[in-house]
Design a protein around this ligand. Structure first.
Ligand SMILES: [Zn+2]
Ligand SMILES: [Zn+2]
Length: 136
């Protein structure tokens, strides 16, 4: 039983890692992973809770709805760069470590202020949603 759950966890995590720029509801994950012999829905929910608690997956609420969206977080890797979140679609973007460092250094030298990189998420609108808005 334990090993069964562990491998479910691994498969869910590797699926999210492969699609690190996108986020999904649990239903979508189950749908997209169909054929990979996922355990029952309740197991997926339970595994997802653990992944969120372990900092490997981020959970966000989708707009006005009460749907939870899940996205790969990268855990410790993500402590080394800034993130951008689109407030329209909710996707999270991981910046390059070097880009982040440059921005933070600039703020530090201009304002004498050390930004907490881990806790800071810049909010805005992604490329895809900006284009969407341009449509008549
Ligand atoms: Zn990241
Ligand atoms: Zn967007």
């Amino acid at each position: 039983m334990a090993t069964y759950n562990t491998s479910a966890r691994k498969r869910i995590l590797s699926f999210l890692k492969e699609h690190a720029q996108d986020q999904y509801t649990i239903e979508e994950i189950i749908q997209k992973m169909d054929g990979e012999h996922l355990p029952g829905k309740s197991t997926v929910y339970r595994q997802m809770d653990r992944l969120v608690r372990d900092g490997l997956v981020r959970r966000a609420v989708q707009g006005e709805s009460r749907h939870f969206l899940y996205q790969f977080s990268g855990g410790e890797e993500c402590e080394t760069h800034l993130h951008l979140r689109c407030t329209d679609c909710g996707r999270l973007f991981h910046m390059e470590e070097e880009e982040s460092r440059e921005i933070l250094q600039q703020i530090r030298s201009l304002r004498n202020f050390s930004v907490d990189q881990e806790k800071t998420v810049l909010l805005g609108r992604c490329d895809r949603c900006a284009k969407e808005k341009m449509k008549p």
